[in-house]
Design a protein around this ligand. Structure first.
Ligand code: RNT
Ligand code: ZN
Length: 416
């Protein structure tokens, strides 16, 4: 039955000049980097018991992963329900310190502290690991500042952390034979009107220069993530959009766009082609902000579809590194993980099934009436039939809620 629906859908798409088989193949080749931090409310393993740096998880749904073992089990369950190619996006705060616990700090982390993640990622068939220095959730933040701190020992500590992360990432890249994206995001900023806006940015630039001096260009792809404001840092953000984009352009590194990090009427979908005009690579943190950078679970909504459409239209599937960044503690965390990843996959498939060339032609011919007709017409094509076929070919279906509920009953409920 489902098979018949797919065959019929395929024919309908053919009439629009779209090859459903090609769309599914392109989708299954596109990796999505799944963030490790959805399962434990971004706390990590290295001692932090509350979140800082202007980001927040809300809710206390039972079942938070409290140990590495629990987090592994949850990730494995979630990954098992996610279609397509997956990478793991790891934060430095998820180090396995073992005997080094209490002995060393983030400025001395080594690849060995992440080896269990590599074994785990291999065991569950992931395509590689991306890495993030963790510039938050740590007592060495001084007055909320890290790489832009005017206190030299503080700034140095965080520079050293950044350098260690570049070394770790080089090894992670080599281990999987695929470059490792290292995303630098700092929470630095001020709650109230600052007296000096330039000084912190000059220090941040200096710190970045130091971190980026002499990294392994073959295996590490550095990126810089900007932000407009955070909770408790409303008035001034050191790593603003202009700062980060100009730094990245000058230094030849990557921009990372988090779609929760802009003014409410700005959209990342429009920034993707703007940046692709100048950069040959781009990274994304896909999230869903509700009124602010709230990091709600990503759902299949208009702006997500538009972002994925831009990637496809710009023929940039191989240029845009897609990562997830949301954290919801108010619902089942495994469900949250899977739903966000599936939404991105869905939006990508949706985009891959559109007749872009024909619509571009209408635009270039100035035929805006027919263009609108087409844009509306394609909205009701039988996308769901292709999506279900895509899932079926990977041994999956739409009924993942029941699987998550079962896992909750057996495993998550026991965590009290
Ligand atoms: C914060 C940034 C950042 C973090 C993660 C945990 O606003 O989006 O990317 O969410 O690194
Ligand atoms: Zn982000």
């Amino acid at each position: 039955m489902a098979q018949e629906r797919y065959e019929s859908a395929k024919k309908i798409y053919e009439k629009f000049g779209v090859d459903a088989e090609k769309a599914m193949a392109a989708l299954s080749n596109t990796a999505i980097s799944v963030h490790c931090w959805q399962g434990d409310d971004v706390l990590g393993f290295d001692g932090s018991d509350s979140l800082s740096g202007g980001i927040q998880t809300t809710g206390n749904y039972p079942g938070r992963a409290r140990t590495p073992e629990e987090l592994f089990a949850d990730i494995e369950t979630a990954i098992g329900l996610m279609p397509g190619k997956k990478r793991l996006n790891l934060h430095a705060s998820y180090a396995f310190l073992g005997a080094d616990k209490g002995e060393i700090d983030r400025d001395a982390y080594r690849y060995e502290h992440f080896r269990p993640w590599v074994d785990f990622a291999r065991r569950i068939g992931l395509d590689g690991i991306d890495f993030n220095p963790t510039f938050f959730g740590h007592p060495k933040m001084k007055d909320g500042l890290t790489l832009s701190s005017p206190d030299e020992p503080t700034r140095r500590f965080w520079v050293e952390h950044g350098k260690r992360c570049m070394e770790i990432a080089a090894r992670l890249g080599r281990e999987f034979g695929k470059p490792c994206l290292v995303n630098i995001w700092i929470p630095d900023g001020y709650k109230d009107v600052p007296a000096d806006r330039l000084g912190p940015r000059l220090r941040f630039r200096q710190s970045l220069d130091e971190i980026l001096s002499g990294y392994d260009k073959q295996w590490v792809v550095p990126a810089l993530e900007s932000k407009v404001f955070g909770i408790g840092v409303e008035s001034y953000t050191v790593g603003s959009n202009e700062f980060c984009q100009n730094y990245a352009a000058q230094k030849g590194i990557c921009c990372l766009l988090d779609n929760g990090h802009y003014h409410p009427t700005e959209v990342v979908s429009d920034k993707i082609p703007a940046l692709l005009t100048f950069y040959d690579r781009l990274a994304l943190h896909v999230t869903r902000g509700v009124r602010w950078d709230s990091d709600h679970v990503v759902t299949f909504e208009d702006e997500l579809k538009e972002m994925m459409r831009e990637i496809v239209r710009c023929d940039a599937l191989g240029k845009v590194m897609i990562g997830l960044d949301y954290f919801d503690a108010s619902i089942n965390r495994v469900f949250a993980w899977v739903t966000g990843q599936r939404s991105v996959q869905k939006a990508l498939l949706y985009a891959l099934l559109l007749p872009h060339a024909a619509m571009k032609k209408l635009q270039d011919e100035g035929n805006f009436t027919q263009l609108m007709f087409m844009q509306e017409r394609v909205k009701t094509l039988p996308f769901a039939d292709v999506w279900e076929e895509y899932l079926r070919r990977q041994g999956l279906d739409e009924e993942y809620y029941a699987v998550v509920k079962e896992y909750e009953k057996k495993i998550l409920k026991e965590r009290i």
